[in-house]
Design a binder for this molecule. Structure first.
Ligand code: GLN
Length: 259
């Protein structure tokens, strides 16, 4: 009898799941609202990112890994949430956060005054700079000023894009992914690529015949962006502070960047 009752119960639950009558976990849809406005039983936080930015976020065995993915996981763990990663174009991340589709954005994202107008940033967790990647041989570009007369590949909406936009004579090609800009460079379709240092190093490692120029650029601070006024920001900052203090942040960075 007990068996029959359990079977009937299982069948009932299954049916109500299908009909959407019961909460059966996340449906995987991308229209979930920000955690702030969710009811208490919702234990997921959606992270908006662009997962083509090794070592910060990239695919390994169909899973998004990297510094940001691991750090986000550690933060969510501390705060009692399950992390869900939503992969999208870099220039869609901020809108996704402001609209509440994602709870936060983490994508090797540099803190800028312009972005601060639309989102709040946590404290910074690491720094970077822009670099110029060029062909190893016969490069048209050998210093920053040469960019003025060059064709330059960048990733749309990034600080690299903002930087090169000042070169009024340059021909700028904006790609959805940094990897596509680098591909254009290896095929000789652009003269140089301007992109963040650590991803640049990974690209140079993975592709023959390109190198990074030794030119100085301003330091940039990476942070996590959240919806303006979100009370998650303070919680993230507290978690970050603890993870910095106990060495977790450095450990994660060292795992992906080495020394
Ligand atoms: N740090 C750069 C920016 O914030 C690039 C980030 C990225 O391409 N993921 O614009």
């Amino acid at each position: 009898m007990k068996k029959i009752i359990s079977l009937v119960l299982v069948a009932l639950i299954a049916v109500s799941c299908v009909m959407g009558l019961a909460s059966c976990g996340n449906s995987g849809s991308t229209d979930s609202k920000a955690a702030d406005s969710k009811t208490e039983e919702v234990k997921e936080l959606h992270m908006a990112t662009n997962a083509f930015f090794e070592p910060y976020e990239y695919y390994k065995d169909k899973k998004v890994v990297g510094i940001d993915a691991e750090l986000a996981d550690a933060i969510c763990d501390k705060l009692g949430y399950k992390l869900v990663i939503d992969d999208m174009d870099f220039d869609a991340i901020i809108t996704s956060v402001t609209s509440g589709k994602a709870d936060f954005g983490m994508a090797g994202m540099t803190v800028t005054d312009e972005r601060k107008k639309s989102v709040d940033f946590t404290d910074t967790y690491t720094t970077s700079t822009q670099v110029i990647i060029v062909p190893e041989k016969d490069s048209k570009v050998s210093k920053t000023d040469d960019l003025e007369k060059a064709s330059i590949g960048v990733q749309l909406g990034t600080t690299g894009d903002i930087f090169v936009s000042d070169f009024k004579e340059a021909k700028i090609e904006r790609f959805k992914k940094g990897a596509d800009a680098v591909l254009a460079l290896t095929k000789g379709k652009v003269d140089a690529v301007v992109i963040d240092k650590q991803p640049a190093e990974k690209f140079v490692e993975a592709n023959e015949g390109i190198k990074i120029l030794d030119e100085p650029f301003a330091e940039e601070e990476y942070a996590i962006c959240l919806k303006k006024g979100s009370d998650l920001t303070a919680k993230f900052n507290k978690a970050l502070k603890e993870l910095k203090k106990d060495g977790t942040v450095q450990k994660i960075i060292d795992k992906y960047i080495g020394d």
